[in-house]
Write a protein that binds this ligand. Structure first.
Ligand SMILES: *Cc1c(COP(=O)(O)O)cnc(C)c1O
Length: 231
């Protein structure tokens, strides 16, 4: 199937999942995860109507961003080293993977230079997996409060990557927990902090994520095909 056909199919599945949950399909945005895929794949998806793309690797992303000719919007979704933040400053409209104070401080520094505000999501490692990034649920409120004091960042919501399950329903408790945590943060009433975005769901489990309240689903494989290398 072509990227265009995949896109149409994924959009239908997202809309159907939203309707099953009594949600307006318009409240769910698809982040097309183009890591390891060439600029031509991004342009092809853009021609089929996709505007929002997610990238994981700074080096790969900055090269690709120059090569893509379509007017697209980029989100950064991968693990981010503080010393690389400078390279993506101003190029992305949302960072999904903010999980520690040192990173937050560097984003503040770089976006201050641009006199701009960086929208961020706080990544939560709900299962506490050692191999995954993310703040713990216990440290979440502290981190959000710290971000809230910085003028060039704005917290828009939460992101999670659950453990891998063969059964898409396996991830559901993690999606529910992320939504619950967003409610806990919202109840704190921290100034300048919004809990309006829930970034959760990938190729294997995005329908469950939408049913559980995702506003951003990050989909790579189902859209662009399998990735032939992994870093
Ligand atoms: C690669 C990646 C995705 C997309 O995963 P697929 O299973 O290919 O859809 C989503 N989110 C993050 C953070 C990723 O690194």
């Amino acid at each position: 199937m072509s990227i265009e056909e995949n896109l149409l199919h994924i959009r239908e599945l997202i809309a159907a999942a939203a309707r099953r949950a009594g949600r307006d399909p318009e409240t769910v945005r698809l982040v097309a995860v183009s890591k390891t895929k060439p600029a031509s794949a991004v342009d092809e998806a853009a021609r089929a109507g996709q505007r929002l793309f997610g990238e994981n690797y700074v080096q790969e992303f900055t090269v690709k961003a120059k090569e893509v000719s379509a007017p697209v919007e980029w989100h950064f979704i991968g693990a981010l080293q503080s010393n690389k933040v400078r390279q993506i400053a101003g190029l992305v409209t949302l960072i999904h993977s903010v999980d520690r104070l040192s990173l937050v401080q560097e984003i503040e520094r770089q976006w201050a230079k641009l006199d701009a505000t960086c929208d961020v999501l706080i990544q939560v490692n709900i299962a506490g997996e050692a191999t995954k990034s993310g703040t713990t649920a216990a440290d979440l409120i502290t981190l959000v409060k710290e971000v809230a004091t910085l003028p060039h960042l704005r917290v828009r919501g939460l992101m999670t990557m659950p453990p891998f399950f063969d059964d898409p329903d396996g991830a559901r408790p993690y999606f529910r927990e992320l939504k619950r945590l967003a409610g806990v943060v919202a109840a704190e009433g921290i100034p300048r902090v919004a809990m309006e975005e829930l970034s959760m769901g990938m190729s294997g489990d995005f329908e469950a994520a939408v049913e559980e309240g995702a506003t951003l689903v990050r989909i790579g494989t189902s859209l662009f095909g399998v990735r032939h290398y992994h870093r």
